[in-house]
Design a protein around this ligand. Structure first.
Ligand code: UD1
Length: 339
């Protein structure tokens, strides 16, 4: 069995990726400091797959903790690096927390790869690096724009760090996946997104409103240059997204890479407005959503969706799950956790 380390494997994207990896025969080693996740996730992964992943409570921004873990678990060939702080608003309030966690974390992972002979890296990046693209859909060659938050900046800086490191480290290959908006939950309702406090992202806010935890969803602005005036995003199902990581790992294992660091957009290729998403949610779940239009949210971009041809053709990966199914899974998960 191929051994793979998943940093942040107890988190939203990490946990779903661990499930898909295990189901495809990988032996998974999770490191996570549980700062924004729950240890029950490990047991719930085991309930889905029948296999308990190896778990280490490790803060990857602490080099010694990571190195000690890897000394105890030799033979790991690849790493998927999710562990990072991800709240955009908090990153504006506490920039140093974000620079320390996200950048030190990556540097330690890269040093560990060199030290322990780990060959392949998949890095969690974001479409946030494109800002508001001039041309849509956005391709991987679209210019990187100045980041709108310290969180976004850490994604850009980390892409550059990987670029510079692999250039002088021939034993290591890397793929950065630029995610669009990940949503949904595992169809088993055993794992999903666990926002702490009031959700900042749209889907958890929708499902909490539908569940009666929040009174009313605020739709941030309907005066954008889009068909119904609300912003457009490319919402990607969490299982589809998880599988993009496996495609990326396979590509490197099979030596199919063109270049030492590659970038892929991971989205559906289809943009939906906020109101279209609300309609799709109501249709999929039969639940009427209480919402009102309010002013724009500072820092929001108007519209972005992915050109996914590169991922489709090179990775052999394509988003498959219909949006209604994704929204139904998110709703089933919400009902499960609010019981
Ligand atoms: C946000 C981050 C992005 C990050 C991503 C992680 C910002 C500016 N961007 O993306 O960097 O990678 O989360 O998932 O924070 N909306 C409402 N009402 C709400 C919440 C959201 O109308 O209560 C709207 C927003 O205006 C936006 C859309 O829903 O048009 C999606 O918002 P959200 O889920 O927060 O994602 P992004 O802003 O795209």
């Amino acid at each position: 069995m191929k051994k793979i380390m998943v940093t942040g494997g107890a988190g939203f994207i990490g946990s779903h990726t661990v499930v898909e990896l295990q189901q495809k025969g990988y032996e998974v080693f999770i490191v996570d400091n549980l700062s924004n996740s729950n240890p029950d996730v490990i047991d719930n992964i085991a309930k889905i797959t029948g296999v308990k992943p190896v778990f280490g409570k490790v803060d990857v921004s602490e080099k010694k903790e990571l190195f000690d873990f890897l000394k105890q678990h030799p033979g790991i060939e690849s790493v998927i690096h999710f562990a990072a702080s991800k709240a955009v608003g908090e990153s504006v309030e506490k920039p140093l927390k974000y620079y320390r966690n996200n950048i030190n974390g990556l540097i330690n992972v890269l040093e560990a790869m060199k030290e322990f002979g780990i060959k392949n890296l998949v890095f969690s990046s974001s479409c946030t690096v494109y800002g508001q693209p001039k041309k849509l859909p956005v391709t991987e060659n679209s210019p990187i724009q100045p980041a709108l938050s310290p969180y976004g900046n850490t994604k850009q800086i980390n892409e550059e760090i990987i670029h510079d490191f692999v250039a002088v480290t021939p034993s290591i290959n890397a793929i950065a996946l630029r995610y669009f908006n990940p949503i949904g939950a595992h169809p088993s309702s055993l794992i999903g997104e666990l926002p702490i406090g009031v959700p900042a992202n749209l889907i958890p806010y929708i499902t909490q409103t539908a569940a009666g935890i929040r009174e009313c969803l605020s739709v941030f602005g309907n005066d954008y240059d889009t068909p119904d005036g609300t912003p457009i995003r490319d919402y990607i199902d969490i299982i589809d997204l998880a599988n993009a990581h496996i495609a990326a790992i396979n590509r490197m294992e099979e030596g199919k890479q063109k270049g030492r660091l590659e970038f892929f957009n991971i989205g559906t290729g289809r943009g939906l407005t906020v109101l279209e998403l609300i309609n799709a949610f109501e249709k999929a779940t039969g639940v009427k959503l209480n919402y009102k239009i309010v002013g724009r949210r500072a820092g929001d971009i108007e519209k972005v969706w992915a050109d996914t041809s590169l991922a489709n053709n090179e990775l052999g990966w394509k988003a498959k799950v219909p949006i209604e199914e994704t929204l139904l899974n998110a709703w089933k998960w919400q009902q499960h956790i609010s019981k």
